[in-house]
Design a protein around this ligand. Structure first.
Ligand code: IVH
Length: 712
């Protein structure tokens, strides 16, 4: 076959395959048999393999992924993937409160006309970002921490909803953001097949979607019934954004992206609340899961003006639905010991299906909570599950509490009954209680740790009881090791739950530093560990030695120091020694570090054992790049000055103005007070300007600000 003939044949095959794909995936009406389809597909694959010049980047053959990856590359999101603030009030006032905040932020008067919003569904899947260059899909990434995601291009190529080439005139760069998800009916069908083949079914649509996108082997992702909805954009080059979010979604639809049909444009909050209600009533009929609706300010210009607060836009909110609840029976109450030694009472439940999964445990949080709710063995309880969070016991159905005949008579019986009344919170003891009392006693935490027998201590004034055993306690050691190895900490892949338990039981590890002394033969002797996984783990441990200061700080598991605080600390101090030696005053200079966090850090470094672990980590070869650390605010013409921005400036966007001020050493605050040095006022400045005048604060316009910035 000449190259011309091959090209023509390949073109025909692609067209044919795509037509069948559309019929199968979009219309749910197959137009060919599997065998005939496979024959076409294989012929195209063979042609492309023989003639690499024919291998078009948007060929349907590109949807079957390449080889499994060893790990995902990191993708930096130039435009961060933000999260949306959640409105906790699930009633109508959720919409009203959002509207009130937006109007206040825009300094609108009560008589100003209603704001135009959009409302759409809050899909329950995994957020992804899709990058198109000159119309071709070139990269897909997960959200990760919002700034750094994982490159999951191979897996996303297998999602038939995601166009490999944009329709119409495509801009040089367009990043589209949206949700990868699985429909409930597709999940059920998939699970049926999986069970028949002896494979593990997917727990629920959300975990199914997230788990599938994060598979290293694209063939697995390709076997899952993933779909996609677009709801926003990231980096854009060479394309004029439309004026509104609604038009933006329409434009994405025109480019070939699926955009969910359940969306509205509304004037003011009342229609938003209506939409929330209406869609809430239709959750069972809509074939995919959504856990709320998202409201957004429709005008992109207004969105720009509203800007962001930390990682959340002020122009959007997620209005959730109430969590799902179910009734079941408590079969036991166990006490678990966490990574920080905290003792948590956990109710073991008769399995119950709630919020899409079967629940067998529910947290009682702590002793006070367990007492307050007075949950006892044998009780019928209401359990609630909301999204990702651990199921919890909402309350006890007291009428169903199992009772035993009392052995008391006379005054004793009276006292016992009074005790029941007190314990149950009932004003009057109903019939069945007469002469009877609860069969099981009220819950009490043990005085010693159930894992290691160490003392249990209560924090001053705190509700939390902790095991004093530290890393001597196997439960704390296990938690510490799993945290140390976790993806966002030292990122040691292959160090799972079961293995850590064995390593501890066998006395192989007593601190995280011991991980670096593990050998392949020792690991291979553990249950369910082959030579290959042992060698892989040793390699992963070796690789983890090259890390960053932020990761190391996070990995140490200092109480109250999460990932973002660890990053702030690393940036601020630059060197481990500087953090190690910092006193409370120095620590509290770091953004978001207050007295409590500072104390946790001081406590941590005061403990000789912790210092020794760090020294041993360094001796084992753990290393990172140190830097000079950053002063709190760079010195500049605005050092120490506090600014408030209000209204719209003619040329400079609010976020840019803020950045300019901060780069010059100034601070930007949200409200005017005596501490304010300057108010920068633009068009339609409202109450903040009035207040500034009242307090006699210097008022600048854009020109005045820019002038001062130049050091004039
Ligand atoms: S907009 C700047 N719209 O919710 C706003 N997010 O907390 C960016 N989500 O994980 C997000 N449905 O994946 C937006 N219609 C929708 C959404 C939606 C679901 C998810 C998103 C992210 C989370 C944000």
């Amino acid at each position: 076959m000449s190259i011309d003939e091959a090209a023509r044949r390949a073109g025909w095959l692609r067209h044919e395959i795509e037509t069948h794909n559309r019929a199968y995936y979009e219309l749910d009406a197959p137009t060919t048999t599997d065998a005939a389809y496979d024959a076409l597909f294989r012929e195209l694959q063979a042609l492309e393999a023989e003639n690499p010049v024919l291998a078009a980047p948007d060929s349907p053959t590109r949807r079957v992924g390449g080889r499994p990856l060893a790990q995902f590359e990191t993708v930096v999101h130039a435009v961060p993937m933000l999260s949306v603030q959640t409105e906790t009030d699930t009633g109508a006032s959720g919409a009203e409160d959002f509207d009130t905040r937006v109007r206040r932020e825009l300094e609108l008067s009560e008589t100003a006309p209603p704001i135009e919003y959009t409302a759409e569904l809050k899909f329950d899947g995994l957020a992804v970002s899709l990058r198109y260059e000159h119309g071709l899909f070139v990269r897909g990434a997960t959200r990760g921490d919002g700034l750094n995601g994982e490159d999951v291009t191979q897996n996303l190529r297998t999602v038939h909803d995601i166009p490999l080439r944009l329709q119409g005139a495509a801009p040089p760069v367009l990043e589209v953001r949206g949700e990868a998800y699985i429909r409930r009916d597709d999940l059920a069908r998939y699970n049926e097949k999986a069970r028949a083949c002896g494979e593990k079914p997917l727990v629920n649509p959300r975990n199914g979607a997230a788990g599938s996108i994060r598979q290293l082997d694209p063939a697995i992702a390709g076997s899952r019934p993933l779909k996609f909805f677009a709801y926003g954009v990231g980096v854009i080059e060479g394309w004029r954004l439309p004026a509104t979010h609604r038009e933006l979604l329409d434009a994405l639809e025109a480019f070939g992206f699926p955009v969910c049909e359940h969306r509205i444009v509304a004037q003011g909050w009342r229609s938003l609340a209506d939409f929330h209600d209406r869609m809430g009533g239709r959750r069972a009929q809509i074939p995919f899961d959504f856990d709320g609706v998202v409201y957004k300010v429709n005008s992109l210009a207004l969105q720009n003006r509203l800007g962001f607060r930390s990682r959340e836009p002020r122009w959007a909110v997620a209005h959730k639905y109430p969590a799902e609840e179910a009734r079941t029976v408590v079969t036991a109450i166990e006490v678990q010991v966490g990574r920080t030694g905290a003792l948590t009472p956990v109710a073991k439940l008769k399995p119950v299906f709630v919020g899409g999964v079967t629940v067998t445990n529910a947290t009682l949080h702590n002793e006070d909570e367990a007492r307050r709710k007075d949950v006892r063995v044998g009780d019928t309880v209401i359990v609630r599950r909301a999204g990702d969070v651990i199921p919890e016991v909402v309350g006890v159905v007291l009428e169903e509490r199992p009772l035993a005949r009392m052995r008391f008579r006379g005054r004793e019986a009276f006292l016992a009954t009074r005790e029941i009344v007190r314990a149950s919170g009932m004003r009057k003891v109903p019939g069945p209680y007469s002469g009877r009392m609860p069969r099981h006693p009220a819950f009490e935490l043990p005085g010693t740790c159930p894992e290691c027998g160490s003392r249990v201590v209560r924090e001053k004034g705190g509700a939390i009881a902790r095991c004093a055993g530290g890393l001597v306690c196997p439960a704390q050691l296990k938690g510490a090791l799993l945290h140390f190895a976790s993806r966002r900490a030292m990122d040691i892949e292959g160090l799972g739950d079961r293995l850590v338990e064995q390593l501890i039981a066998g006395g192989h590890v007593e601190t995280p530093a011991d991980l670096y002394a593990l050998t392949a033969p020792a690991l291979a002797s553990m249950e369910r560990m082959g030579d290959k996984s042992a060698a892989n783990l040793v390699a992963a441990i070796e690789e983890s030695k090259e890390t960053s200061l932020a990761r190391l700080i996070f990995a140490l598991g200092i109480r109250n120091v999460g990932e973002s605080t660890a990053k702030d600390l690393a940036r601020h101090f630059g060197k481990l020694a500087a953090l190690w030696e910092a006193d409370a005053v120095a620590l509290e200079k770091v953004p978001d570090v207050g007295a409590i966090v500072a104390e946790s850090i001081l406590d941590f470094f005061a403990e000789a054992h912790n210092r020794e672990v760090i020294e041993r980590l360094i001796a084992a070869g753990v290393h990172w790049k140190e830097s000079e650390g950053q002063a709190d605010a760079p010195p500049g013409p605005f050092s120490g000055k506090v600014f408030v921005l209000t209204g719209t400036l003619p040329n400079v966007k609010r976020d840019d103005a803020r950045a300019l001020i901060e780069n010059a050493g100034g601070k930007v605050s949200g409200s005017v007070s005596k501490k304010t040095d300057y108010v920068v006022a633009g068009e339609e400045a409202g109450s903040k300007l009035d207040k500034a005048k009242e307090l006699g604060i210097d008022i600048l316009d854009e020109a005045g600000l820019l002038q001062r910035l130049q050091g004039a």
